[in-house]
Write a protein that binds this ligand. Structure first.
Ligand SMILES: Nc1ncnc2c1ncn2[C@@H]1O[C@H](COP(=O)(O)OP(=O)(O)OP(=O)(O)O)[C@@H](O)[C@H]1O
Ligand SMILES: [Mg+2]
Length: 409
């Protein structure tokens, strides 16, 4: 298989590193052909604690995905999970010279550049530019306007600004140390939304919550676009720590209890039998009530959902239409989390699972923990197609990132 037909994504999570390789067909559809996962060794509490160890984990995940796919890759799109960024929506407008002529790649580059001026004006380097849609003579929803006829071309973009965090820089360095190149950085909530939201959810309004280990990624989608995004530095591992400290048990025991006996709401655990703790894991008690565990889980989840609510206040969320909440990430596997989210947000809630059938393997991968990873392939493809606008004057920000990296290290 030629390299140009392939696309790869790498999600460096707090608990798990995932690599996915996709094959792109002539109709620009992606099928996952390889997946590799390794525990996030070298990461502690969501930060890089040991770079060589993390590099080894990254390499293992990529090599496993390559082995499954039977191809070698050179570059990957990486999920960007830093918390300190600001996202702004911006619109660029340019006229097409002549009396209604064919739009070319140069015009596309010009209009994106005009939209990006907003961020540049405030002297902050855009670290990601997501083109939401092109509008030709008032007609929106266009993905690629090249070859169309018109007088006026507009681009609706979502610009992620801020300084690339030392975490993001370290992650890039790590991928390079493992012998691979970075094709682009993609904001994690955007990637996750791409993997699990339907076109109609994005259109009528959806709140995406990716509950990971050490972070909660939030994406608000409306009118078919990203309306806002935020990454909070708290995740489902906090629930495990809460259980461990409340019942004086080791972290691994608390994690097992959370997964096997945990309920997101105390009322759901009513009447359930007590949970046995092996005597080597506790010197305080050997049975704990299921409902007490659920109380701890509910309390932490409510805190997280309250933070999410605070973040989305003020974001445009079209009222009176079919808005919904989509939960994803490993934390979405908690029993009853949908009911709690429904209570908190007062909206219909569902669990978002990406579907990836690994070709030739006959294996379906559809865990919510893979949303960001699979979404990186889809967002990456859109990004790659835009980056192919070579003669446009618009450049992908990556060459600059590479320069910052040289200065930084
Ligand atoms: N079956 C399950 N039931 C309950 N919780 C689960 C289950 N499986 C995984 N989790 C929890 O999901 C969290 C990990 O989710 P995920 O794999 O999405 O995180 P990550 O991507 O590694 O982290 P982050 O996104 O914060 O970098 C952990 O807290 C884990 O305990
Ligand atoms: Mg994650």
């Amino acid at each position: 298989m030629a390299d140009s037909e392939m696309i790869a994504g790498l999600d460096i999570g707090a608990t798990r590193i995932g690599c996915a390789i996709g094959k792109i067909d002539e109709r620009k559809r992606i099928s996952v052909v390889g997946i590799g996962c390794s525990p996030a060794l070298g990461m502690e509490n969501g930060i890089v604690a040991d770079l060589p160890l993390l590099t080894g984990s990254v390499e293992n995940a990529i090599v496993e995905a390559q082995d499954v796919a039977g191809v070698e890759i050179e570059e990957l799109f990486i999920g960007m999970g830093q918390t300190n960024f600001r996202g702004v929506n911006s619109r660029g407008v340019v006229s097409i010279p002549g009396s209604g002529r064919e739009i070319n790649k140069r015009d596309v580059g010009r209009v994106i550049e005009v939209a990006r001026v907003v961020a540049k004006r405030s002297n902050i380097e855009p670290i990601e530019t997501i083109v939401q849609e092109f509008i030709v003579d008032g007609e929106g929803g266009i993905k690629n306007p090249v070859g169309m006829y018109g007088f006026k071309l507009e681009a609706e973009v979502y610009i992620v600004t801020g300084n690339l965090s030392s975490f993001s820089r370290t992650v890039i360095e790590c991928v390079k140390n493992a012998g691979f190149d970075v094709e682009g950085l993609i904001l994690k909530p955007v990637a996750a939304g791409e993997a699990v939201l339907t076109a109609s959810e994005k259109k009528i309004g959806a709140l995406l919550i990716d509950l990971g280990g050490e972070s909660t990624s939030v994406g608000v989608f409306a009118n078919g676009r990203v309306a806002g995004a935020k990454i909070l530095a708290v995740g489902a591992n906090q629930i495990t720590t809460d259980i461990a400290s409340k019942f004086h048990i080791p972290i691994h025991a608390a994690e097992r209890i959370k997964r096997d006996h945990g309920y997101a709401m105390a009322s759901l655990a009513e009447g359930k039998k007590r949970i046995d703790i092996p005597s080597n894991e506790t010197n305080v008690r050997n049975q704990i009530p299921c409902q007490s565990v659920a109380e701890v889980i509910q309390s932490r989840l409510e805190t997280i959902f309250n933070l999410v609510r605070k973040e989305i206040e003020g974001t445009r969320f079209p009222r009176g239409m079919g808005e919904s909440v989509v939960l994803t990430g490993g934390g979405a596997l908690l029993e009853g989390i949908g009911e709690l989210a429904h209570q908190k947000f007062g909206l219909p809630v569902r669990t978002g699972k990406p579907v990836g059938t690994i070709e030739g393997w006959g294996k379906v991968v559809n865990s919510p923990a893979y949303s960001t990873l699979f979404g990186l392939l889809h967002s990456g493809l859109t990004r790659r197609q835009l980056a192919q606008v070579k003669d446009s004057g618009w450049q992908n920000p990556l060459p600059k990132i590479a320069r910052w990296l040289r200065e930084f290290f």
